[in-house]
Design a protein around this ligand. Structure first.
Ligand code: HEM
Length: 308
């Protein structure tokens, strides 16, 4: 049975470290070896600091996959669906490797990130690094609880992980999308709490969903809550976390799914809106500065890279 990487479905943690790399020329063989050893490194540190609940995820960029692993490709892997409408933009970038390290200790994340960088050493360029943190009781920096409607328990695995019917070569893997959003908190904090609640379609402090007839068509939870033609909910597993310093802060958005389509449809619904042009008004207060698509293969697949 293919085993998924533990960070994909893990519960929320207190601290995160996201590392984005590009591969240097002619280093694919070295990188394959290094990545095959990373899960053991995560396990080793998870064991040494067992109270920290350390988990990691290793994912390969959509545009790098064929060069990195020419033998087989996840069926639905595609570049990030960049899109824009008026001043709402979702830019698409390209990174070759994504490493996510999460735990309840910032120092442990730092140690493990340092080890990852050493292991990959001269084979990659570190393009972006983001340190994230839990804010209050699991809130985004806008002050709203983020993650309430995330799939739970076993259902989380069903939503996040590719099964044998979908793609027998990549069972236990997951399609990953990331976006680094930068919030305009001055603008956000200048509006009334009532307007903020309308924008999310939920109450701020108690985190209670508005009744359907009270939800604006422009509410974030209206635009992101989609159903297919048979009325089934389209879902993703969000593992986003707040990040930032005083000059720049926002949400590092992370979504895992057994198909890349759900994220793309949600993003489209947020940016382009419905037939009446009701787009997601949250986008007036935050803007995506990066975006990229990856595939996070199973632990078995990563182990096999040592032999590739
Ligand atoms: C800065 C960007 C974003 C912020 C601050 C944000 C924040 C939130 C918050 C506070 C909620 C309500 C609580 C919850 O259920 O988690 C929510 C719900 C949700 N968000 Fe976002 N979100 C952002 C971007 C996105 C993006 C880019 C997507 C997908 C493309 C997305 C998909 C969803 C979904 C599926 C829900 C649950 C909707 C429901 O069923 O009620 N979000 N988000």
């Amino acid at each position: 049975m293919a085993r998924e990487q533990f960070g994909i479905c893990a519960e929320a943690s207190l601290h995160g470290y996201y590392l984005l790399f590009n591969a240097l020329d002619d280093k694919n063989a070295f990188i394959r070896q290094a990545l095959s050893r990373l899960p053991a490194l995560f396990e080793d540190y998870a064991d040494r600091f067992s109270e920290a609940n350390l988990t990691g995820v290793i994912a390969i960029g959509a545009n790098y996959w064929d060069e990195f692993c020419p033998q087989a490709r996840p069926k639905q892997l595609a570049p990030f669906p960049a899109m824009s409408c008026d001043d709402r933009v979702a830019p698409g970038g390209s990174y070759d490797l994504y490493i996510e390290i999460r735990s309840d200790r910032a120092d442990v994340n730092h140690i493990v990130s340092d080890k990852v960088c050493h292991l990959l050493s001269d084979s990659v360029e570190l393009v972006e690094q983001v340190r994230s943190f839990r804010y209050l009781d699991g809130r985004d920096l806008t002050g709203f609880v983020d993650g309430t409607e995330n799939p739970r328990g076993f259902h989380r695995r069903e939503v996040a992980l590719v099964n044998a019917t979908a793609d027998e070569n990549f069972v236990g893997g997951s399609y990953l999308h990331i976006q680094r959003y930068r919030h305009n908190l001055n603008l956000w904090n200048a509006i009334e709490q009532e307007s903020q609640e309308e924008i999310f379609g939920r109450t701020k402090f108690e985190d209670i969903e508005f009744d359907d007839d009270k939800k604006m068509p422009t509410a974030h939870t209206k635009r992101a809550n989609l159903k297919d033609d048979e009325g089934n909910s389209l879902e993703i597993v969000r593992q986003s976390m707040p990040y930032g310093e005083m000059k720049m802060q926002g949400l590092f958005f992370v979504a895992y799914c057994n198909t890349p389509q759900n994220f793309e449809l949600m993003l489209r619904s947020m940016i382009f809106g419905d037939n009446e042009g009701n787009y997601d008004h949250l986008l007036e207060f935050t803007q995506a500065e990066t975006g990229a698509a990856f595939f996070a293969p199973s632990l078995n697949f990563l182990a096999g890279l040592a032999l590739a």
